[in-house]
Design a protein around this ligand. Structure first.
Ligand code: ADP
Ligand code: MG
Length: 323
């Protein structure tokens, strides 16, 4: 089936960060407005993701861990649609296959929840437990049964850094959700979830950046652009601070990167890169779906126009900036 072909199977879980990304996206899909991620040892020995979302019905638990058992995907165009983030239906199955996993979940209308354990893909048991509404995943000993994968991981610190970055991006793409990230018992990030993007930026990056932002708000025929760009004074030594989201997802696009960087060029020194948090809304009809969503990279049918729109939007904003 075509849709299935667009889903590059396997290779879903490359490192602890991928587990966090997949599970938090599920929490978002489940309507959570609070998500907590706790890790130890870069996520290798322990990760706990807690949400207050819909929970999973007892009868749906085993199915949720079956490959391609998604309730979300409808067709190829859905892959880049705005409705849900999940698009493969194999994240849970993949994570469970390479870890020791415990899930505790409760739906609102039930009085008790369920605890489910699965080890290296083998179901252990489902039992009743008292627990709050929502879902908690505990993933221990990731890749314990795939030593090659385990060996390929970097240091605890580096892996924890990747996880921190993915949580930052998820927080910026969902200011309406309160995220908490705890590494080795220490809170590293905590966003309020009040829905205000600028507050979220402050909670992640602090005062220096937040007091040097310009608002961007543009509606055009091919895309809407909203969010914030840093004044040239807060430009950075690398591209890590260029954040943008396309239809709510963290996706990379060469054309967008170039438009942003070119627009800044007249205003910054060489080898300096801007701080941005931009949300692009682009009609799915302009998005070329013949690319792997897994690479988090897409193309557009009208790249020149899109480039021009973004470039002009940002350079206009920079040219009229107040100091
Ligand atoms: P997908 O997200 O593509 O549907 P997953 O393997 O990530 O596939 O998840 C399988 C299913 O498990 C989801 O479709 C959803 O019904 C359920 N699920 C997973 N995580 C959660 C969660 N945190 N809260 C509620 N339901 C969940
Ligand atoms: Mg998913």
């Amino acid at each position: 089936q075509d849709t299935i072909n667009k889903i590059a199977a396997g290779e879903v879980i490359e490192r602890p960060m991928a587990v966090v990304k997949e599970l938090v996206e599920n929490s978002i899909d489940a309507g959570a407005n609070m998500v907590t991620v706790e890790i130890k040892d870069g996520g290798k020995s322990f990760m706990r993701i807690t949400d207050n979302g819909s929970g999973i019905e007892r009868d749906d638990i085993e199915l949720a861990f079956t490959p391609h058992a998604t309730s979300k995907i409808k067709g190829a165009t859905d892959l880049l649609g705005v409705s849900t983030l999940g698009f493969r239906g194999e994240a849970l199955a993949s994570v469970a296959a390479v870890s020791q996993l415990e899930m505790i979940t409760k739906v609102k209308r039930e009085d008790v929840g369920c605890r489910y354990r699965i080890d290296g893909g083998e179901s252990k048991e489902i039992e009743q437990v008292g627990c709050p509404d929502g879902t908690t995943f505990i993933i221990q000993n990731l890749f314990y049964n795939t030593p090659a994968r385990l060996k390929f991981l970097k240091s605890h610190q580096t892996e924890a850094g990747y996880i921190g970055s993915v949580i930052e991006r998820l927080s910026l793409s969902h200011p309406e959700i309160s995220f908490r990230f705890i590494n080795q018992g220490q809170t590293k990030l905590h966003t309020s979830g009040n829905g205000n993007l600028k507050d979220t930026i402050y909670q992640i990056y602090g005062r220096d950046i937040t007091s040097n932002l310009l608002t961007v708000d543009l509606t055009s025929e091919i895309c809407n652009i909203g969010g914030f760009i840093g004044k040239p004074v807060v430009s950075r030594g690398n591209r890590a601070y260029i954040n943008y989201f396309i239809n709510g997802r963290y996706i990379k696009s060469n054309i967008i990167n170039r438009a942003i960087e070119e627009a800044y060029k007249p205003f910054t020194m060489q080898h300096r890169y801007p701080f941005t948090v931009l949300h692009f809304h682009i009609e799915p009809e302009f998005i070329d779906v013949n690319v792997h969503p897994q690479k988090m990279e897409i193309r557009f049918t009208n790249e020149r126009e899109l480039y021009k729109t973004i470039y002009e939007c940002i350079s206009d904003r920079l040219a009229h900036r107040e100091f």
